[in-house]
Design a protein around this ligand. Sequence first.
Ligand code: ZN
Length: 359
Amino acid sequence: MSTAPVNPASVSSSTSASDAETLRRGRILSSKLYFDVPLTKVPIIYSSSYDIAFLGMEKLHPFDSSKWGRICRFLILDGALEKNHIVEPLEASKDDLLVVHSESYLNSLKTSLNVAVIIEVPPVALLPNCLVQQKVLYPFRKQVGGTILAAKLAKERGWAINVGGGFHHCSAGKGGGFCAYADISLCIHYAFIRLNISRVMIIDLDAHQGNGHELDFSNDRRVYILDMYNPGIYPSDFEARRYIDQKVEVVSGTTTNEYLTKLDEALKVAGRMFDPELVVYNAGTDILDGDPLGRLKISPEGVTSRDEKVFRFAREKKIPLIMLTSGGYMKSSAKVIADSIVNLSRKCLIDTGSSHSRG
Ligand SMILES: [Zn+2]
């Protein structure tokens, strides 16, 4: 192994695996994303720059691209959260992103056409890249910073919610399905090094298969993946399916009771098979009845019980848990997510410092 200082600019395809690991470690240790959060703050992470809205482009997309801000506004209106208790993350820098992504993948995002394909908004291809960086990729990089910080906060407080993130279709070398950066893979690599953790469980309950993290941790025994998804919709990634430790397929039209019964069973199996030190919960709400992409029929109350089950699973085992909001961009999604967070607080599974959790 080389003992010379590693210069990122000189890295070539001939870099050995151990040099790459040394470089990754160096980047993680020098990152600014893990900053100390005062105890006056609640481990709910959000920045107003998460929300994507510009030139009316957001109206061309079937997504509610300001759901993240709306979730927080509902929580504040409900009295569940005080605005100045929210944690604002830093933007993931290029060096942070290089922990998982290749230089060539990051360079590909400098072409607006590539970003347009990833986020599925064709007119974005026509915009100058500086605008795409500022209005689309910067919000995503803030959300990535939030997911990475969430693991540190969860280790300290037992739980953390990033009101964003969960870009589970993006892997080290490829974006897609509205996911430009692999925040889950990044978060886990940071946790390995900075939190001295060696066993992570991903519970991916978004309606879509989480092919990004599955490809990234394909042969990594430190990560156990429970993925419950509709096999009849995007991304139909059969290679990535081989890397799921516990695959639970829920076909189009699956209703609330059937879904929750399958989840109970899946959590029992996961608890027997693996003893994690961190749970990464990808809590997409595209399982909701009426979601045009997810095609499942889960009620809003079903989403609340789903989230409660996962939080109880982690709480009973005393495992730190991070929740990411992931997919689900119907107008109703933000309220459903906020209601579920309020329920977690009422059930004392989280403490948001509000009257709900004190009462
Ligand atoms: Zn999804």
